[in-house]
Ligand binder design. Sequence first.
Ligand code: BYC
Length: 327
Amino acid sequence: MYTTELSKTKQVQNLEDPDKLAAFEARVAADEFIEPKDWMPEAYRRTLTRQISQHAHSEIVGMLPEGNWIGRAPSLRRKAILLAKVQDEAGHGLYLYSAAETLGTSRQEMIEALHSGKAKYSTIFNYPTLTWADIGAIGWLVDGAAIMNQVPLQRTSYGPYARAMVRVCKEESFHQRQGYEIMMAMCAGSADQKRMAQDALNRWWWPSLMMFGPPDADSPNTAQSMRWRIKRETNDELRQKFVDITKPQADALGLTVPDPALRWNADKGGHDYGEVDWEEFYAVVRGEGPVAKERIKARRDAWEQGAWVRDAAAAYAEKHSRRKEAA
Ligand code: BYC
């Protein structure tokens, strides 16, 4: 499947006007932003539409695991914080759908692709949130991994995506801290609370490493996306940085990262770590994650139940435009 996609990219590139392509590549190499009305190769447009729309879907589907705990947050303060965080994710989804729309695909089309299972969203959101500690672990690890991936995207070559990332990153860093603060509270609490925190780390650690995508050697899109400066760092580089930053944070909590192979390697100036279960990753990408069906069903139901809001907004807009014409 990936080989076909790659050869399609090459074929399309071969059909592009060589002068326009050279001028485009020179602009990218000079770190200029590419803007919606600028000429761009079709394969660049396609890969960005894919990545940004998948990113948008991830933000929206990513509201579900945490939304599951809003009604069960342990205090009013925790509930208010979690509500704000989940609302932020909705906002991120909206900036990203808008950024993707500038490439010529409508939001309706993107949402249909999500609901039909054609479009992907991050594997991480196909795992269940079983206890309150999972809300801490998601903020700490999942938002932590997201920031690691998204900070370089503030310098991605496509202007609307880069600008959306600036605000998203500010909010993600608050999300990461609120998650870590939940973990700190639980680790300073009773033995049962600390056990819950360790159990959440055990279940979320490996899926968090999977968020960065397959190893570079098996990543069909990385090489071209690095050349076009869509990606500024590779999947493995970002995963390594995440492990290096997160391990001392686990130590500070008094928790153990569930990886017996994890150790500091002074020669490389980073940690060695164990092999991610890539079979599990690909199964989740194929839609076989533990709660994948529930996630898509929840999105489809929300879309159907929200139809009256879209109809009312459209009727209101039409009434106003008629009044304007009459005036
Ligand atoms: N999950 O060639 P590769 C958040 C797919 S939300 C699913 O390396 P690429 C948050 C990949 O799409 C944060 N699929 O691809 C929200 C490709 O398949 P296709 C979400 C994955 O694009 C709420 C194939 O595997 N962040 O933070 O160069 C609450 C080969 O991969 C995954 C983003 O979306 C995966 N994990 O690199 C809390 C960041 N990994 O499409 C938190 C933006 C890979 O060719 N996206 N695949 O059929 C990216 O940076 C890149 O798209 C990736 C993958 C690094 C994810």
